[in-house]
Design a protein around this ligand. Structure first.
Ligand code: DQA
Length: 147
């Protein structure tokens, strides 16, 4: 069974309480449960994690190089700043899909650029928690196509 790491960056542990007009009312725990259910239905093992710390996200991406077949990542604000996460995804050599709950292109200009997008096989934004479910379905296809 393929294993997918679903990684979440800073402040995403605040979902449900944090700017619900932008990020919606669901907690990260609820989104995690939906991802695990989607994984089970797709025959994938989903390992869902969150950290507020850049280095921990880098550690997990390095772990994915050995222990996962693909990565779904919402890097939060680190999307816009982190060359370390960019480098880690490149080095891991596993397909990664970038997800944002909000449509970053309709927001402040500092959110319009992501350091992660150039090393992602695809990017989903603006669809709320559905973006995670779509990313899990997509990463399954990417893994199958790569054999
Ligand atoms: C986010 C968008 C980022 O710009 C922001 O810093 C976040 C969440 C999203 O899911 O929409 O923390 O990644």
């Amino acid at each position: 069974m393929a294993t997918i790491f679903v990684l979440n960056g800073p402040n995403l542990n605040m979902l449900g309480r944090r700017e619900p007009g932008i990020y919606g009312g669901k907690s990260l725990e609820e989104i995690g449960e939906e991802c695990r259910t989607a994984g089970r239905e797709a025959g994938l093992s989903v390992d869902f994690r969150q950290s507020n710390h850049e280095g921990i996200l880098v550690d997990w991406i390095q772990e994915a190089a050995d222990s996962a077949d693909g990565i779904v990542i919402n890097p939060g604000a680190y999307s816009h700043t982190s060359i370390a996460i960019h480098d880690a995804i490149r080095a891991a050599g596993k397909p990664a899909i970038e997800v944002h709950l909000s449509n970053i292109f309709t927001r402040e200009t500092f959110r319009h650029h992501s350091h992660i997008s150039p090393v992602a096989v695809g990017v989903i934004c603006g669809l709320g928690p559905t973006g995670y479910i779509l990313a899990i379905a997509a990463i399954k296809q990417v893994i199958a196509a790569r054999g």
